[in-house]
Ligand binder design. Structure first.
Ligand SMILES: [Zn+2]
Ligand SMILES: [Zn+2]
Length: 362
């Protein structure tokens, strides 16, 4: 039987979000219905609302979520009703050219639910944000989007691994391959940048330099594990990073802003043969100009990090275990817990830079 639940819908470009009644169908083959327990408010949800992702309005927002599997469709073997899961937006196919070469974190054909959620009444199909749509009491996803983890962890904390926190930690440990003794600089200390700092610390970096234009964000970055901070409004970040690394630059520089000027800082703040990781998401009109000779002459690698190049089945349970052991404080990323009706206000606080993460708790 299809069910009716409350969900946060973005009706049209730049229109305020509304809590609507959403029809969640029974799970089709390979699908799962998840009772959502918590869902973080991410910049990507705001980009959907602003029309910055695509025009497939209306959207059912929310994608950084954890909850309990309520029911599954035919042919589902990964999870069963009652499992506590984190939702991921890259359920790998196992068959595309990336998967078949043993690099499933690059999967080019990720799965989503086979059926559609709709607006109750009109029956208008909803586009779930990143194929999830978890600002809703229940949501329909592909079973592969459910990653089972230790049910002892708080849902508000677990859900954040589903997107921003995983993107940042993965940028450091997967894409950047930060190793013991490496020097690391992180440019931009919002949720993703702070997660990159936590990831670099986990990986054993010797020096972690946080760069931002706001002192309050730098103070928070220190609490996440930054050993040094640079305010790039008052000092040249490239010079400062070089000074803090024996005059050379950092082994790995993580750009968590997604702008040409901060990318250029990252490019020049790294040591010869070092690595730049771009995890900040640029907008379509942005252009980068660099002397090609410097790209060649400085060597090393320039990489981009998709979702922290994570493999949810491998990385989510591992990071939850580290959290449970006290080696990775994921709870620090939860600034506040809010209700489903508070998403619009949470967007304003996020835009003002007042929160790392607001989390809707059901
Ligand atoms: Zn694949
Ligand atoms: Zn997100």
């Amino acid at each position: 039987m299809a069910q009716q639940v409350r969900g946060v819908v973005a009706p049209g470009k730049n229109e305020p979000v509304r809590v609507e009644t959403v029809t969640v169908p029974d799970p089709g083959p390979g699908d799962a219905v998840v009772q959502v327990q918590a869902c973080g408010v991410c910049h990507t949800d705001l980009h959907y609302k602003q029309g910055g992702i695509n025009d497939d309005f209306p959207f059912l927002l929310g994608h950084e979520a954890a909850g309990v599997v309520e029911s599954v469709g035919e042919n589902v073997t990964e999870v069963e009703p009652g499992d506590f899961v984190i939702l991921n937006w890259r359920a790998v196919c196992g068959q595309c050219r990336a998967c078949s070469r043993g690099r499933p974190w690059y999967c080019f054909d990720t799965h989503n639910a086979s059926r559609q959620m709709t607006l109750a009444g009109s029956g208008t199909p909803l586009s779930p944000a990143l194929g999830i749509g978890a600002f809703a009491e229940k949501t329909l996803v592909a079973a592969g989007q459910c990653t089972k983890v230790d049910p002892e962890v708080s849902p508000a904390v677990a859900g954040l691994l589903g997107c921003g926190v995983m993107a940042g930690i993965g940028a450091a440990i997967n894409t950047g391959a930060v190793g013991r003794g490496d020097t690391v600089a992180v440019i931009g200390c919002g949720g993703v940048g702070d997660a990159a700092i936590a990831g670099a610390r986990l990986a054993g970096a010797s020096r972690i330099i946080a760069v931002d234009i706001e002192d309050r964000k730098l103070a928070l970055a220190e609490s996440m594990g930054a050993t040094h901070t640079v305010n790039s409004r008052t000092s040249d970040p490239v010079e400062a990073v070089r000074e803090l690394t024996g005059g050379f630059g950092a082994d790995v520089v993580i750009e968590a802003v997604g702008r040409p000027e901060t990318y250029e800082q990252a490019f020049y703040a790294r040591d010869l043969a070092g690595t730049v990781v771009l995890v900040g998401v640029p907008t379509p009109e942005m252009r980068l100009e660099l002397p090609l000779l410097d790209v060649f002459g400085r060597g090393g690698s320039l990489k981009s990090s998709w979702y922290g190049d994570c493999l949810p089945s491998r990385d989510f349970p591992m990071l939850i275990d580290l959290h449970q052991q006290g080696r990775l404080d994921l709870a620090k990323f939860v600034t506040e817990r809010v209700a489903l009706d508070d998403v619009e206000e949470a967007f304003s606080r996020m835009e003002a830079g007042d929160v790392l993460r607001s989390v809707v708790v059901f």
